[in-house]
Design a protein around this ligand. Structure first.
Ligand code: NDP
Length: 329
């Protein structure tokens, strides 16, 4: 196997030297174990947080959601050829037991890597934030930040299925803004580099918004608090603007009193507490993927040797849709 491990704690923005490649031979399987060849690996912003503490090693590499194929089996319930989801990422192979994997059978018309994107934790985060946290109602207007990313793109598409009113997104490049409008069908979108987020959101939503799905924090959240109508809700999913420098976060929203003035509800959440919603997500989304109404857009970096590039690129915004690494077909 080949795997990547963390060798030092990054200062600020991580660099390739924070990681090292290791190789080795997988041990002989014991009864109940399977050898999995990884096909797709997910790189995610939360991993930047894990890099601050020791102990995110898992299996041969580091924790990470992965899709792989059983290539050797000593578990009759997981014969060779079975496709599985597991958490031993950052490696070409993993030795796993049945309780560490979930079998994945992609229905016709559903690409396998969707199970790391709109049908994986990414889509589940979007679904839970909209339905359980913000409790989006038909006709309500929505703003989502980091809208062209994995979670953000799922939020826009799932919100449309839920009957949202106007959907507005922010992103970091003109190409992503065009993608949001032309490809994902957002009603409005803007590049947060162009002018203050508050001004741009006010221009895009002159009558205000009902719900904010917040992925960035800082000035984005401040803009949302200004734009929200009475009894609006914020599903606070992430704060990527501060992950590299938590000691020196962006100025917090200066208008927190809006929460009180407008009876707003601002609620953080973690998808880990809502894994029971997966069946509802699949029931809603799979038919729309099959009908071509939900796009499974992903940025796929080819080759295990590029996993560190993919992770660093994700933090720099090089992805449109979910960022994945293809290890094998
Ligand atoms: P994305 O695919 O959205 O990738 C991250 C994106 O963030 C980049 O593409 C980049 O896009 C944007 N970005 C990076 N730095 C900044 C910055 N300083 N300011 C504004 N935008 C920035 O990742 P995910 O979809 O996996 O995650 C999105 C958010 O959801 C993250 O905050 C993540 O932590 C959170 N999350 C929370 C979960 C939960 O359980 N609460 C579960 C999963 C994710 P751009 O070019 O537009 O800048």
């Amino acid at each position: 196997f080949t795997a990547v491990r963390q060798v030092r704690r990054p200062e600020g923005v991580p660099v390739p030297e924070d990681f090292a490649v290791v190789t080795g031979t997988a041990p002989d399987l014991r009864a109940g174990q399977v050898l999995v060849q990884n096909l797709y690996l997910s790189v995610d912003p939360y991993m930047r947080g894990l890099m601050r503490r020791e102990g995110w090693a898992r299996g041969f590499g580091l924790e990470g959601r992965s899709l792989g194929r059983v290539v050797e089996s000593r578990d009759p319930a997981l014969p060779e050829g079975t496709t599985v989801f597991h958490h031993h990422g950052w490696a070409t192979h993993a030795v796993l037991t049945g309780d560490e994997v979930r079998t994945v059978v992609a229905p016709p018309g559903v690409p396998l890597p969707a199970y790391l994107g709109v049908l994986g934790g990414t889509g589940l985060t979007a679904f839970v934030g909209l339905t359980r946290i913000a409790r989006l109602q038909p006709g309500e207007d929505l703003f989502v930040s980091a809208a062209a990313g994995g979670v953000g793109g799922s939020v826009g598409q799932i919100a449309r299925l839920l009957g949202a009113g106007r959907i507005i997104g922010s992103a970091g490049t003109p190409a992503k803004v065009r993608y949001l409008i032309d490809v994902l069908g957002f009603d409005a979108a803007f590049d947060y580099h162009d002018a203050s987020v508050t001004e741009q959101l006010a221009a895009a939503a002159p009558d205000g918004i009902d719900v904010c799905f917040e992925n960035v924090g800082g000035d984005h959240l401040e803009a949302a608090l200004a734009a929200l109508r009475t009894r609006g809700r914020v599903a606070w999913c992430g704060a990527i603007a501060e992950y590299n420098n938590p000691e020196d976060p962006p100025a917090a929203p200066r208008n927190l009193a809006e929460i009180m003035r407008k009876d707003l509800r601002v609620e953080g959440f973690g998808v880990r507490d809502h894994l029971d919603a997966r069946a509802d997500l699949e029931a809603l989304v799979i038919p729309h993927i099959q009908a071509g109404r939900i796009r499974v857009d992903q940025t796929v970096v080819d080759g295990f040797d590029r996993i560190v590039d993919a992770f660093l690129g994700l933090l720099r915004g090089e992805n449109t849709g979910k960022m994945l690494v293809r290890v094998a077909d």
